[in-house]
Design a protein. Structure first.
Length: 279
């Protein structure tokens, strides 16, 4: 009896010393959601596999916070006040597979932001209304990523380089962003059309915000013909014709100004002669 009690106490100590204040722990799941927390709990059980910090007011996470939690597989940080993540946050979380960063204040997905989280399968960055840019190397190292949610942000464009490095991607959500469907968007749309048969996408919800002629059109409704103007090239004959037209217009302008000058001078003389006769 006493030996078993001591052994249980030792196991509990090795697992991190109990459940954090204001959190609920069941098995390997630690739930600290909806507690109006301004900071993350200082310590967690070392065997934590599922951590929810959702619906709080957390604005930052200390560097190395996850270093001791090698069993962590799911991390829920939605609906907080996060604008950035510290470098190396996922260094010890090699088994992390699901990460939810939706409903936060991110404006940039920085380069190598998830580099150490090489086991990620699902990443949710939706409903970050200030998200304006995704760095071309933002998702480097996420070869196993299968689902990526970038919906309902402030993205007007995205670098194709950021997505081409995700060979395992089968789910991509882009709706609710103010996409600018100009010439620069063509390579991305071509890539997206090539992946659509095996890539679950909310393509009908992803619409162009600009330019005006395609505003409101679904991204995938744009075809190669939609970008024909982007590939127009001028030949030598075209340049010579433009130069000739410019020369003719210049001569016509000079001639018109000359005639207007003569007409004005004649009118002035006629007016002066009329005044002299009246006198």
């Amino acid at each position: 009896g006493p030996w078993l009690v001591a052994a249980a106490a030792a196991v509990a100590a090795g697992a991190g010393g109990g459940c954090p204040v204001l959190c609920t722990c069941r098995g390997q799941a630690v739930d600290c959601s909806g507690q109006r927390l301004f900071s993350v709990p200082p310590e967690l059980p070392l065997d934590t596999g599922n951590l929810s910090l959702a619906h709080n007011r957390i604005a930052s996470i200390p560097p190395g916070y996850l270093a001791c939690y090698g069993q962590l597989r799911a991390l829920d940080l939605r609906n907080n006040s996060l604008a950035a993540l510290p470098a190396g946050l996922f260094l010890g979380a090699r088994r992390l597979a699901h990460l939810d960063l939706s409903y936060n204040n991110f404006s940039l997905v920085a380069a190598d932001m998830f580099l150490e989280a090489s086991g990620l399968l699902r990443l949710d960055l939706s409903h970050n209304p200030g998200l304006r840019r995704v760095h071309p190397q933002a998702f480097r190292g996420l070869a196993q990523l299968r689902e990526l949610d970038l919906s309902y942000g402030g993205l007007s464009a995205i670098s194709l380089d950021a997505l081409e490095g995700l060979p395992g991607l089968v789910g991509l959500r882009l709706g609710g962003n103010p996409w600018v469907c100009g010439c620069a968007m063509e390579p991305f749309l071509k890539w997206l059309r090539g992946r659509i048969q095996r890539c679950a996408s909310d393509s009908q919800l992803a619409e162009c915000r600009a330019p005006p002629e395609v505003a409101g059109a679904p991204l995938l409704s744009l075809t190669e013909e939609s970008f024909q103007a982007c590939h127009l090239t001028l030949t030598l004959d075209d340049y010579l014709f433009i130069a000739f037209v410019g020369f003719v217009v210049s001569i016509a302008s000079v001639a018109t100004n000359f005639l207007l000058g003569i007409t004005a001078n004649c009118c002035h003389r006629w007016s002066k002669a009329s005044e002299d006769e009246d006198v």
